[in-house]
Design a protein around this ligand. Sequence first.
Ligand code: ADP
Ligand code: AMP
Length: 217
Amino acid sequence: MNIIIMGPPGAGKGTQSEKILAYCNIPHISTGDMFREAIKEGTELGKLASSYINQGLLVPDEVTIGLVKERLAKPDCQKGYLLDGFPRTLAQAEALEKLTQEISRPIQLVINITCEKDALIKRISGRRVCPKCGNSYHVEFKKPMVDGVCDNCKSELVQRKDDTIESLQVRLNAYENQTKPLIEFYDKKGLLKEVDGLKDISDVFKDIQKVISEVAK
Ligand code: ADP
Ligand code: AMP
């Protein structure tokens, strides 16, 4: 399957992506994760990206498109892909049309997770992540077995630098102004399926499974 997962910050894209991976066995391409990895490694890309990410702003299109172009060209994407957090602008969506043509893997499904602002604020402020393995938790909705400790690698959980109220406001504005128009873009192409992200994590996944199996028929 060739899938895009969309939605506002905190809607549950990363959480559901983990489950989709186990279900579909396709590579997970999260531009946010790729930028965070580059920041951790201290690369030039990381230095450039952090100046935008820490303020809640989008990383410039040419940088982000270049990163995804390289990733999609890798052999594992020949069995499909799950794009999470990309595209986020119309320019990125248009570039992606070309990139997917180049690898003969056209987008088959765009899952849009909907969620209200109050829930987004609660989710973002309670999100905790593992700095070592990247696992993600929530202080209320997805608790680790031991408070503040990663189930997987036992590292101490941290809060993402951009998970502040100030940064979230900027990210929500970027979502409204730059990313939301993509809903219509993909709807017009007949690729869009909406899923109610206000439900419990496991119920959202059940709805996603339904949508995927309809398209896979
Ligand atoms: P995104 O990748 O869209 O920014 P995440 O998947 O990281 O969002 O989810 C944001 C936070 O909300 C995480 O702490 C996650 O555990 C929690 N979360 C995700 N989906 C739900 C849900 N359906 N109900 C409650 N909390 C959720
Ligand atoms: P995420 O992990 O998806 O919440 O992304 C974290 C941050 O990385 C975003 O707030 C942006 O600053 C940056 N980012 C991730 N994906 C993109 C993208 N497709 N275009 C521009 N910036 C991005």
